[in-house]
Design a protein around this ligand. Sequence first.
Ligand SMILES: [Zn+2]
Length: 434
Amino acid sequence: MPEHGAPGRLRQILSYGRKVYGLDRLLGGMRDGRKKPRVPTDLVVRILLLLGLLRIRSFNALDPRLAEVGMQRALGLSCGERKASSVDTLAYSLHRAEVGTFRSAVVSMVKQAERNKVFREGWHGAMRVAALDGWEPHSSRSRCCPACLTRKVTVNQVEVTEYYHRYVIALLVDDGVEVVLDMEPILSADVRQELGAKGVTGHEGEQTAAKRLVRRLKETYGGWVDVVVADALFGNGPFLTTAAQSGFGTVVVLKKETDEPLREALALWQGKPPNQVVEDEKRGERVELWDCPGIETLSSYDGPVRVVRAVVHKAGKKEPSTWCFAVTGKATRLTAFQVMKVGRGRWHLENTGFNQWTQHWRLGHVFTHGPRALQALFWLFFLAFNLLQLFAYRQLGGYGRDRGKDATKTLRRLVDEMMGDLERFDLPFAWNSS
Ligand SMILES: [Zn+2]
């Protein structure tokens, strides 16, 4: 097939996705419940994947583009006379999405990356780490669907109800490449009732969704993920127990000095010098580490908990910052310094994930509102996000090493290049052909 000039970025990334990850097959497995649709589902999801890859900010912005020649060719269409689809059709399909089939595409891509040895031996101490945290892409004052969660907020001294959706996300964190592993919604009272729960008195808590996610991480990825790292909200016995039962080690932030096992560790450390001091020249930090294995004072967890405290002195900063972590299971094989690094790794979920998704991927924008639609679209966006991460890491030299503080810069450039390429797309992209 003749190419005018060097292959453009969008064509290159789509080809990479097809060749390495079977993108046709992944999109082809996505299903919705429409009967005899005029626009086939594989075209709908192809459009939505491009919506994600190109970070088009809304359905309104997408709409005129669906009539453009470049866009149609990127979708593999040759006509160019009519719109590829209306945005209403996209929304209609999303509201009937079989969400599990959308999730499967993301899982398949991650598993293929694992088989291709993308993630190598793991981050610290040869362990693979998944960061877990709650994510709330949007909230509003009007209820839109039965899956909306609610809370009371005070605005100008008046109490009003706020509606929102919240998910627990698992991101593989690493020095090189970071991909979304899984997502679990926090279920509203209505959805719980619909699912047959008895005696429902309210929405479920973030802990409940997180525990479900931890169990599913194990079912989905087996023993390939070693350690779960999470925020202080998860520094409790029931969460640590679920993680242990699923075979995960944990590194979880501890904040409350009056709660076990931190209370006991602090008492034991009282007036004692650090066990170890590490000079981290690369980061310009001196780290004092206190390390206490085998604390058994957390009554809701059946087993020893190691507690690590890191006091980080940064050059040029007067006040040090202090971090405490509970460490269980195989994560106890990490050195205290590695525990701190893994513990700080959960920030990647905020920087690589949440902040970037809201700022640059506009995932906070509600394209269309509904329990299935929101989840299906997020899964497609995560597929686009993971594909870009994997492409950048494997195909662009030095991405992992040099992305420095702003992990999002390279991806933003890629998106600009893809957008530019869209106008130069001169032949229909060969979707669904070998
Ligand atoms: Zn809703």
